[in-house]
Design a binder for this molecule. Structure first.
Ligand code: SF4
Length: 215
């Protein structure tokens, strides 16, 4: 087995073990070997013509899912366009929440199957904890952490600094690349959510991707 094959095999074994932990917590979990396979797996779940809410997620856009959904007649709701008015953004946020499907990633995932997220506005975490539709998480293997404590540290130290930079936030992590549990007015870390089980009555899918995706 060469270097690349060994890396792919290790990622697959890790992801499959986390899938078992997620299944035990009420999620439908599967492994996709790369971005293209993850996109196809999500497309297979979402019926043609569905409405699909896509919040601020680098991963979902990295795998090219919004364009692929539009090609099969789905209507996406996305509040991320930079030129939206305040009113347009508010309508898009509400449409994301109430769509047939909500497709997102996560900031981190513990090996025993807890999904960890930290939000600034809380729109993502709100839609993760409740929504009338089904939900799909697409999570790169790079986001798996040994336990919940490490997953929270990952969310603060790996996921948030690039987001602070992307959004031009004046936070310490945008300068140092590390979290200092700041008191900045621009602080992004305001809502912390641990999904310990799939919420009652909701179809929840997790696709773990065997390559690095998102922050
Ligand atoms: S608490 Fe502040 S410094 Fe830490 S990750 Fe969040 S925004 Fe950055």
């Amino acid at each position: 087995m060469d270097f690349c094959e060994a890396k792919h095999s290790a990622n697959k074994v890790l992801a499959e073990n986390v899938c078992k932990a997620l299944e035990a917590r009420g999620f439908h979990a599967s492994f996709a070997k790369d971005a293209a396979a993850a996109r196809e797996a999500a497309l297979a779940l979402i019926p043609d013509g569905s409405t699909v809410g896509i919040p601020g997620s680098v991963t979902v856009r990295e795998i090219g899912l919004p364009e692929a959904l539009k090609k099969k007649g789905c209507v996406t709701a996305e509040h991320w366009a930079p030129d939206m008015t305040k009113d347009e953004r508010k309508k898009a946020l509400l449409a994301e929440l109430t769509s047939d499907w909500f497709v997102t990633s996560a900031n981190a995932l513990s090996m025993d199957g807890v999904i960890v997220n930290i939000d600034g506005t809380g729109n993502r975490t709100a839609a993760m904890s409740w929504g009338p539709g089904s939900i799909i998480y697409i999570i790169g293997v790079n986001k798996i952490a040994p336990d919940v404590h490490s997953a929270l540290k990952r969310a603060r130290n790996q996921a948030t600094p690039p987001n602070a930079m992307r959004l031009s936030r004046r936070t310490p992590c945008a300068v140092t690349g590390r979290c200092s549990d700041c008191s900045s007015d621009d602080r992004l870390c305001r809502v912390v959510m641990l999904l310990e089980r799939a919420p009652i009555g909701r179809e929840c899918h997790v696709i773990i991707v065997g390559e690095e995706l998102g922050y």
